[in-house]
Design a protein around this ligand. Structure first.
Ligand code: 8GT
Ligand code: MG
Length: 127
């Protein structure tokens, strides 16, 4: 089963917004960039806007594709489409009561992310 996922790198100055995945979920207990599955008939960008509204309570007004990563977890295959969210309204928060943090890019490596995110953390911190 291949799952397509829209993921938002919500940026403000040199910080990025991250959330803790619920321990009951796939890759639970690890930090993530907010986002979720693209529904059938939905564009990836629409999925991004919908998920960031549902999970963080923000309205995306501008985003740019950053990187797409395919990863096989063994129990699940994902295609993660990462966008830099460069303009938004509203203040990002844990709308689903998830723990959230604004983290400086220089400190991002201190947080444990799912395996598929490793190249993204690398790219964000080396640019
Ligand atoms: N949102 C998000 N998902 C990620 C990241 N990295 C990563 O491997 N994933 C994987 O992408 C898949 C789908 O993401 P998701 O669980 O957020 O999907 P969703 O919001 O639609 O969740 P739901 O099933 O509770 O409705 C999960 O298997 C998750 O482990 C990431 O940085 N952010
Ligand atoms: Mg999600």
């Amino acid at each position: 089963m291949l799952v397509k996922v829209a993921v938002g790198l919500i940026m403000r100055n040199d910080q990025v917004f991250i959330a803790l995945r619920d321990s009951t979920k796939h890759q639970g207990g690890l930090w993530e960039f907010p986002g979720g599955k693209v529904e059938s008939g939905e564009s990836v960008e629409l999925a991004l806007s919908r998920e960031l509204e549902e999970e963080c309570g923000i309205q995306v007004s501008a985003c740019e594709h950053f990187e797409t990563i395919a990863h096989d977890y063994g129990d699940k295959q994902v295609e993660l489409v990462f966008y830099k969210v460069t303009e938004f309204s509203g203040e990002p928060h844990g709308k689903e009561n998830q723990e959230v943090r604004w983290v400086s890019l220089s400190q991002l490596h201190e947080f444990a992310f799912p395996e598929a995110n490793v190249p993204i953390v690398e790219a964000l911190t080396s640019k």
